[in-house]
Design a protein around this ligand. Structure first.
Ligand code: GDP
Length: 194
C-alpha cells in the first residue's frame, strides 16, 4: 500500500460506526502525550496528519483512517491523561470493550515512552492487546531523549513491567528523528500483505 494515500474516514463510538469489512486494521494506542500522533505522522511521512484530520471533540472516540484502500489505521483514544474523571475513564473502558469484542484488530501497536517505566494505564492497555490474542508490538518512543547506555536497561524494564511475551517486539523509535521507522513499516507490511 502507498502510505501517502491516507485519508481520515470517521470517528467511531458505537458498534455500527466501525468498518466490518475484511481490510486489515492496524491499531495504535498510547498514553496522552507519548507522541502517538507524531509517530503516525512519521510513519506516513505526513505533517500534522493524525492531529488535523481528527475532529477535536469532547467525546472519547476512535479515529479511522484508510491507507490506500488497503488497510485501516485505527487511532485509539489516548489514555492516562492526568485529570480525567472517573466517568471518562469508564467511557474509555467501555469503548475498548466495544472495539475488542468485535475482533476487528489485525495488529496492535502500543506506544510507550522509552524514558520511563510504563504506567498502570500502559499495563491496562497491554492487557487488552494480550487478551486479544492478536499480534502486537511495542514502540518505545522518544529514543532521542535517552543516552545509548540507558537503552538496554530501559527496554528490559518495559518488557518486565508490561509482562511482554517473548514474541512481542519492543522497537526503539524516535518520531522526532525517524529512528525505527523502517522496522515498524516492515512489521506492518508483513501483517497486511501476509
Ligand atoms: P500524542 O498526544 O500522543 O499524540 O503526542 P504528540 O504527538 O502530540 O507529541 C507530544 C509531544 O511529544 C510533542 O511535543 C512532540 O513534539 C513530542 N514528541 C513526540 N515524539 C517525540 C520524539 O520521538 N522525540 C522527542 N524528543 N519528542 C517527541
Amino acid at each position: 500500500p502507498n502510505l501517502h494515500n491516507a485519508e481520515f474516514l470517521r470517528s467511531a463510538v458505537k458498534e455500527s460506526d466501525f468498518p466490518h469489512d475484511p481490510l486489515p486494521q492496524i491499531v495504535f494506542a498510547g498514553k496522552s502525550n507519548v507522541g502517538k500522533s507524531s509517530v503516525i505522522n512519521k510513519l506516513l511521512n505526513r505533517k500534522n496528519f493524525a492531529r488535523v484530520s481528527a475532529q477535536p471533540g469532547k467525546t472519547i472516540h476512535i479515529n479511522y483512517f484508510t491507507i490506500d484502500k488497503a488497510m485501516y489505521l485505527v487511532d485509539l483514544p489516548g489514555y492516562g491523561y492526568a485529570r480525567v474523571s472517573k466517568a471518562e475513564q469508564q467511557r474509555w473502558g467501555a469503548l475498548m470493550e466495544t472495539y475488542f469484542a468485535m475482533d476487528l484488530l489485525t495488529l496492535g501497536i502500543q506506544i510507550v515512552d522509552i524514558r520511563h517505566k510504563p504506567t498502570r494505564d500502559d499495563m491496562t492497555m497491554a492487557e487488552w492487546f494480550r487478551a486479544s490474542g492478536k499480534p502486537w508490538v511495542i514502540i518505545a518512543n522518544k529514543l532521542d531523549k535517552i543516552k545509548k547506555s540507558q537503552l538496554a536497561g530501559n527496554i528490559a524494564e518495559i518488557r518486565q513491567t508490561l509482562l511482554l511475551p517473548e514474541e512481542v517486539p519492543v522497537i526503539p523509535f524516535s518520531a522526532e528523528k525517524g529512528f525505527g521507522r523502517d522496522e515498524v513499516l516492515d512489521l506492518i507490511f508483513e501483517h497486511v500483505c501476509g
